[in-house]
Design a protein around this ligand. Structure first.
Ligand SMILES: N[C@H](CCC[C@H](N)C(=O)O)C(=O)O
Length: 278
């Protein structure tokens, strides 16, 4: 099996294209094997790039625990770069089918390679039942939740996959590895949830750290940064356009208005290619 290692801001996946080879069996088990950082290739999961009847390509993402997620923001930028740079769709605007429908992506191309990608991430999903969460509110905004005696305020948003955003005073010192898994598996999130702790730096700037559903701590989360952009507007903490500082680097986010798409801009990087033994 041929694969390519790519990342968006250090959120790294093993990318496998079925444009030129057949699809491996049991993608969940494959994700667990390839993502192991000691016994495998090492990644935050597996992303499949497959032909689509509705777009230039279709993407499916699998976490390090083998579960499938509906969407991946850093991943979809890399998939756009892959289909562009590898000649599948060598155009500055490409479409990718995801669990959130067909997304349109605009590439900044330099020397024949895509470097940065702007993604129309579609509208946030704000109905509690569709996020899904049983927290009160449509959507839950700073909903009080006490975890092991610690009161937290949780804002929930879906970008195709579920996100919980918790604002904290000092995100650098916040114990993400302790509260992340407790929120990920909390009973109020029936499909589990991606968890983000965010600190407001200014009206157009946040610092955030992520605990991903199914993969744990990652250096960046694109759909999560979109959720933080939306949560900042819903809670009145930040404006419609922000820069999010993630451990792996910066993303630009914009939500021009209610009922409109969220736009995410950031880099996409190819690291190496190889072959995985059958
Ligand atoms: N890192 C991804 C999100 C992966 C989400 C996945 N962990 C899930 O189960 O929803 C991103 O850049 O958007």
């Amino acid at each position: 099996m041929k694969f390519t290692k790519m990342h968006g801001l250090g959120n790294d996946y093993v990318y496998v294209s079925t444009f030129d080879q057949k699809e491996p069996a049991d993608l969940g088990a494959l994700a667990i094997a390839v993502s192991d950082r000691h016994f495998g290739i090492g990644s935050d999961g597996l992303i499949m790039i497959t032909p689509s009847e509705r777009a230039d390509a279709r993407m499916r993402m699998f976490n390090t625990d083998g579960t499938e997620g509906e969407m991946c923001g850093n991943g979809v930028r890399c998939v756009a770069k892959y289909v562009h740079d590898h000649g599948i769709a060598p155009r500055p605007r490409v479409t990718i089918e995801t669990g959130r429908g067909v997304l349109t992506l605009d590439l900044e191309v330099e020397g024949g390679k895509a470097r940065r990608v702007r993604v129309d991430m579609q509208t946030p999903i704000l109905q509690a039942a569709k996020i899904p969460t049983t927290l009160p509110g449509e959507p839950p905004i700073d909903a009080p939740l006490t975890i092991e005696g610690h009161p937290l305020g949780v804002t929930a948003v879906s970008m195709g996959n579920p996100h919980a955003v918790v604002y904290v005073d000092d995100v650098t010192r916040f114990p993400v590895e302790r509260f992340g898994p407790l929120l990920e598996n909390h009973v109020t999130f029936p499909k589990r949830v991606n968890v983000h702790f965010a600190e407001v730096v200014g009206p157009g700037e946040v610092r955030m750290r992520t605990w991903e559903r199914g993969s744990g701590i990652t250096l960046a989360c694109g759909t999560g940064a979109c959720a933080v952009c939306v949560a900042g507007i819903l809670t009145g903490r930040t404006g419609r356009k922000i820069i999010a500082h993630l451990p792996g680097g910066d993303l630009e986010l914009e939500w021009p208005g209610d009922g409109q798409s969220v736009f995410m801009t950031g880099p996409a990087t190819e690291v190496f290619s190889g072959e995985w033994p059958d």
